[in-house]
Design a protein around this ligand. Structure first.
Ligand code: SF4
Length: 882
């Protein structure tokens, strides 16, 4: 008998519903939930490959102290003893939690309750600080509440969608698919993309503004001034529902009244700015969708408010097809905001600096104390750990050794921390290696609770498989520590439903319409109804309310939305002769965060095998960088080694490096070690989108690759990056020292020499070429190819041999040539992850079989016919090869 469970995807803030089917033989498959309002059955490549990521390889299976397995009792006692002793000796500000948008709302709620209401400090911050805290701060400044005014249906009834600071096609692919579909249904729907890079999102753009990095607020200040000039002020709305226009307008006019000046400062042609302004001015139903490219600046909050100002002026908010729409990065970034997971919030959208709110929460929790002032935001928190001010830190479900800015300093802080506790589902991450206490947590598919997506829609995450080893829910772990700290009565929960009821009741407590976040209709939900809960958008009041802000009432003291004057400033640090290029960081299509989950999938790993720096051809020429070779990228904070990808999709003067790689997957490509710990003064969000750097070729004397049936520990190699393949691991390697004896060096790395292994090798020392293969019991165990430059055999045919039960004689003979004797052409780098269709195969279909549409390619190769994530790339290839 097979079984089906409705749950939601654990990756991005789109929050797609998925249906997981477990067959009688235990095989798990995943498909989109046709009834979920976020995706109506669609999934992207990451969601579609979820079933490939369920193995227990690398899982943390038991509690550990100092690397030794211990019982839960011992581990929890240790955490409570150390935290308790440090609080007693140094006060509550000497301890901190660093949590995550990966936690479920119930976990998040308890972590916040323990820290703010029982330990009595607000030193709990979250990795959501890194992706959307500027949007939170912008919302609160303008609306008096951190509430996103839009939902996904607004995108489908808009006439204009401005996508700014988001490669939606890769980072929120299902929302992108919904827009692409809406555009097909409604040819009048216009899309403008504002982004320095030409990303896949631009494939549906009527206008792409390749704006100068960091000039967003100038563009929107100029738009505000233009809208007034063009007579587009919604006077009734402004009069009845807003305040502060005059001062804001004066500032905008001083800053950006002159169209030519705006164009010059934004690095755009005047006609493009003019076309954008006219389109915005003349289109009533406009949604401005923004994400990290707006938020991740030292001026991120101002950027957000410069966008909101334009919507307030035109009254384009609180009605269908109109509004500023911040789209969140993580699956439960929004849930974290609801429970007060940020150090400057209380809980249920209440304020730490509001005595009434503090009293209300303290009474509700019956807590002995309550934090009275904001705690340390992420960057400051780790600085306080570094200085020893914070002596005990508990990190839950996140990997700050990779994801925070200036990670070398973060690693120093972690290494020096007197008491470091990490709860995680994975044993080996860049962060867990520093922990004294490791607590095994449950992960997706095992845990039970809720998440909230970008459109304020609460969905259930339901378990469909048993947790391995001793992994436990995060809420249980937190409750057990709280109990040991003397707070048993306040942390007595039989299940996650009970925590959800309390969270909903707190949102209703003393609310009386004062706070937008209100789950009063759910505060008495029983366990069965919680189990069956279908996706629901907040507020969920007992008396259903109209659309958020639809009545023109906001949550400021005056109930009016506030215009915020924006005096534009550039990024904190500018390029100069020493650091001449701007580094921008971001996500790739098929990976998620630090790859602990997506790195398990061969299908997802095939799209981008290695960490790369994308660089414009002009810059490549100027700095002697060649496509495919290794380059060193340096900043004032550190240096990394990555592969060069020369592309005119990148603007001159800027480079782009993905965020995903870390020490588990590469020798030296953790990009956040380059980023300075510069933050927005209002939100505390780091400036990930603008780091002055230099690039220079790295003098490799040899390049190579190893394909291995096992994961290897490559010690002493200057450069390596690894990726999962089907039945093998792929390592790209390079060095600038040539070993005395290639055979000995490679065999030492592979560590598989035993009587059952056949070893064949070929070496041309003068030409710096070496090739070797190991076969065990007729199967390929390892192969290695080294050469003086990047011209090495394609990997696909060799990789395919790992799937063979026994290598046939013909393939054995061809092995060291690196290519099939039958002359089968290589598929090339994978474009369609769902059906493993490579670039070369697609190019051949376009050229030789006249496939001139994505539908034709789909018919010929299946590419693009499942999740659709590769469709923008197929369109680019059609343009390139037609
Ligand atoms: Fe998951 Fe993709 Fe949906 Fe994001 S868009 S929630 S990654 S399926």
């Amino acid at each position: 008998m097979s079984s089906e469970v409705r749950t939601s995807c654990p990756y991005c803030g789109v929050g797609c519903g998925v249906i997981v089917t477990t067959a009688a033989d235990g095989a798990v498959s995943v498909r989109g939930d046709p009834e979920h309002p976020a995706n109506f059955g669609r999934l992207c490549s990451k969601g579609a490959a979820l079933a490939q990521t369920l193995d227990h390889d690398g899982r943390l299976l038991e509690p550990q102290i100092d690397g030794r397995p211990v019982s839960w009792e011992q581990a929890l006692d240790r955490v409570a003893d150390r935290f308790g002793a440090i609080i007693d000796a140094h006060g509550p500000e000497a301890v901190a939690f660093y949590v995550s948008g990966q936690l479920l709302t119930e976990d998040y709620y308890l972590a916040n309750k323990l820290m703010k209401g029982f330990i009595g400090s607000a030193n709990i911050d979250t990795n959501s600080r890194l992706c959307m805290s500027s949007a939170v701060a912008g919302h609160k400044r303008a609306f008096g509440t951190d509430s996103v005014p839009c939902d996904y249906t607004d995108l489908e009834c808009a006439q204009l969608i401005v996508i700014t600071g988001s490669n939606l096609a890769w980072c929120h692919p299902v929302v992108f698919q919904r827009i692409a579909h809406a555009r097909k249904q409604n040819p009048d729907l216009k899309v403008v993309v504002v982004d320095p890079r030409r990303t896949s999102t631009c494939d549906i753009a009527d206008l792409h503004l390749a704006i100068r990095a960091g000039s967003d607020a100038t563009l929107f200040n100029g738009l505000l001034a233009h809208l007034v000039r063009a007579g587009k002020t919604d006077s009734v709305f402004v009069q009845n529902s807003t305040e502060g226009l005059q001062a804001t307008l004066e500032t905008a006019r001083r800053d950006a009244d002159d169209l030519a000046g705006v164009a010059e400062r934004c690095g755009l042609p005047l006609e493009q700015v003019s076309a954008f302004y006219q389109l915005f001015a003349n289109t009533d139903r406009t949604v401005t969708l923004f994400s990290q490219g707006v938020n991740q600046f030292s001026t991120g909050t101002d950027n957000v408010n410069s966008i909101i100002n334009c919507h307030l002026l035109t009254g384009r908010i609180g009605r269908p097809g109109a509004g500023p729409f911040s789209i969140t990065g993580q699956p439960n970034a929004m849930g974290g905001r609801e429970v007060g997971g940020l150090a400057n919030q209380l809980a249920a959208h209440m304020e730490l600096d509001n005595p009434e709110h503090r009293a209300l929460v303290q009474t509700f929790w019956s807590s002995p104390r309550i934090a009275r002032q904001p705690g340390l935001k992420a960057v400051d928190l780790f600085e306080a750990v570094h200085s020893g001010k914070v002596k005990a830190l508990w990190i839950m479900a996140t990997n700050p050794a990779v994801s925070l800015p200036d990670t070398n300093r973060v690693r120093e802080a972690l290494a020096a921390c007197e008491c470091l506790v990490v709860s995680d589902c994975m044993q080996h991450t860049d962060t867990t290696r520093y922990a004294q206490v490791l607590l095994p947590a449950q992960t997706w598919g095992e845990r039970d609770g809720t998440v909230t997506n970008s459109e304020r829609c609460i969905s259930r995450q339901r378990p469909f498989t048993a947790a391995p080893g001793q992994a436990r829910p995060d809420w249980w772990i937190i409750s057990e520590v709280a109990r040991r700290l003397g707070h048993a009565a306040a942390f007595e929960y039989p299940n996650s439903a009970a925590i959800f009821r309390e969270h909903a009741a707190l949102s209703a407590s003393g609310n009386r319409g004062q706070r937008a976040f209100d789950l009063s209709a759910l505060m008495q939900i029983d366990d069965d109804a919680y189990d069956r809960l279908t996706p629901v958008q907040w507020p969920v009041r007992i008396t259903p309310s109209s659309r958020l802000f639809g009545d023109g009432r906001f949550y400021t003291p005056s109930r009016r939305a506030r215009f915020i004057p924006i005096a534009t400033q550039g990024p904190a640090r500018q390029v100069d002769a020493l650091w001449p290029l701007v580094l921008n960081t971001g996500r790739l299509r098929d990976h998620w965060h630090t790859m602990t989950r997506t790195g398990k999938s061969a299908r997802l790993s095939a799209h981008n095998i290695e960490p790369c720096v994308e660089i414009h051809p002009q810059d490549a020429q100027q700095y002697s960088v060649r496509d495919g070779e290794l380059v060193q990228v340096k900043s004032q904070r550190g240096a990394i080694l990555v592969r060069a990808r020369v592309s005119d999709h990148q603007p001159p003067g800027c480079v782009f490096i993905p965020i995903h790689w870390n020490h588990r997957f590469s020798s030296l490509a953790s990009v956040d070690q380059l980023v300075s710990a510069v933050t927005d003064p209002v939100s505390g969000q780091p400036e990930f989108k603008y780091t002055p750097v230099s690039v220079q070729p790295w003098p490799a004397r040899w390049y190579g690759f190893i394909l291995s049936r096992r994961r290897l520990a490559l010690e002493g190699i200057d450069y390596w990056a690894c990726a999962r393949g089907d039945s093998h691991w792929r390592y790209e390697i390079a060095g600038n020292e040539v070993p005395e004896d290639w055979s000995a060096s490679i065999q030492a790395m592979l560590c598989t020499l035993d009587a059952a292994v056949e070893w064949t090798a070929y070496e041309d020392r003068a030409a710096r070429r070496f090739r070797a293969a190991q076969i065990r019991h007729g199967q390929l165990e390892n192969c290695c190819f080294i050469g003086p430059d990047i011209r090495l055999p394609e990997r696909a045919w060799l990789a395919g041999l790992f799937g063979a039960d026994v290598i046939n004689d013909q393939d054995r003979r061809a092995l060291l040539s690196g290519q099939s004797a039958s002359g089968v052409e290589e598929a090339g780098p994978i474009i369609c992850a769902c059906f493993s269709v490579g670039r070369n195969a697609i190019a051949r279909a376009i050229r030789d079989q006249a496939c001139r549409s994505t539908a034709a390619i789909g018919e010929c190769l299946m590419a693009g016919t499942n999740c659709g994530s590769c469709v923008p790339e197929l369109q680019s290839l059609i343009a390139e090869y037609s």
